[in-house]
Ligand binder design. Structure first.
Ligand SMILES: C[S@@+](CC[C@H](N)C(=O)[O-])C[C@H]1O[C@@H](n2cnc3c(N)ncnc32)[C@H](O)[C@@H]1O
Length: 272
């Protein structure tokens, strides 16, 4: 069977970006449409049909392929970790600028999952960053560690319930993409992802509240805390940030112009 024929038959079952990723990472995408000369081996056909069956059953392509692209880099993913999202790339981009402009050195990726944030920040800043990545899930940390080896980045991984294993430490920059989905909204393809990576309690704010309350003593006076939030959590998070004694110094918006990352520092009075 020609690759072009398989594509013509089955393209409609995929989102366009998933389809392109599937074909691009396994074959040359152009060869599928520009020419009709690429023939699939029997093995190729079995592979593609298996992917199609699982995909049509609702399973995310990243878990089927065991990998996902983030910030132009390839990361291992499996059902022990969240599949990295586009909005997180925008937060990483903001943090890279922050690190470079403020000459930050000690950085923490809190709730690191597959460690896409830690690894990308370290790789892209090309600075001598001292990077720690923490997660409560040992299974997630195993994936994170594999990813750091794959990208040859030296990162300290810590198994920790938020800051429990980091007592006495201070950071220049703390970045966190915590679980923030409301318990009642974990549905559809989210069901394939680890509940521990998603569930932010009845209002989605359980971990954001905890991070705001617990981060104060881990920040240096001029340090920053950047937290990813849900597209509809802005007003509640503004209120919480003020309650716990932070100044908001920036926002990261997603491609739909929703406020998805809050950038904080300690209020001036707390620095004295
Ligand atoms: C939304 S995922 C983010 C993963 C990754 N940072 C990313 O952006 O793709 C949240 C992560 O928080 C971790 N987590 C959940 N509860 C935690 C806790 N109490 N302390 C530390 N990490 C926790 C989960 O295991 C999961 O890996």
């Amino acid at each position: 069977m020609k690759l072009k024929d398989w594509c013509d038959l089955n393209r409609k079952f995929f989102t366009e970006s998933d389809f392109r990723y599937l074909i691009n990472t396994n074959f040359s995408f152009e060869s599928c449409f520009e020419t009709s000369t690429v023939f699939l081996s029997d093995e190729n056909v079995v592979f593609l049909n298996r992917v199609l069956d699982r995909y049509r059953n609702g399973e995310p392509l990243a878990y089927i392929l065991g990998k996902e692209e983030f910030y132009g880099l390839e990361f291992k993913v499996n059902p022990d970790v969240l599949i990295p999202r586009k909005e997180t790339e925008l937060i990483v981009e903001y943090c890279i600028d922050l690190i470079q402009s403020r000459k930050f050195v000690k950085v923490l990726d809190l709730c690191c999952g597959s460690a896409v944030i830690a690894i990308t920040v370290k790789k892209m800043t090309a600075m001598a960053l001292n990077l720690t990545a923490a997660d409560i899930s040992e299974k997630a940390l195993a994936v994170a560690s594999e990813n750091s080896q794959k990208h040859n980045q030296n990162i300290r991984f810590v198994a920790s319930d938020l800051y429990s294993a980091l007592e006495g430490e201070k950071f220049d920059l703390i970045i966190s993409n915590p679980p923030y989905v409301k318990t009642g909204q974990i549905e559809g393809s989210l069901k394939f992802e680890p509940i521990i990576a998603l569930d932010g309690g009845f209002d989605g704010l359980f971990f954001i509240r905890r991070i705001l309350a617990e981060s104060l003593i881990f920040l240096n006076p001029s340090s920053c805390l950047v937290i990813e939030i849900g597209y509809d959590q802005r007003l509640e998070v503004i209120e919480l940030a003020s309650k716990y004694g932070y100044d908001i110094i920036g926002w990261v918006k997603d491609y739909s112009q929703h406020f998805r990352g809050i950038v904080l520092r300690l209020k001036e009075t707390k620095n004295q």
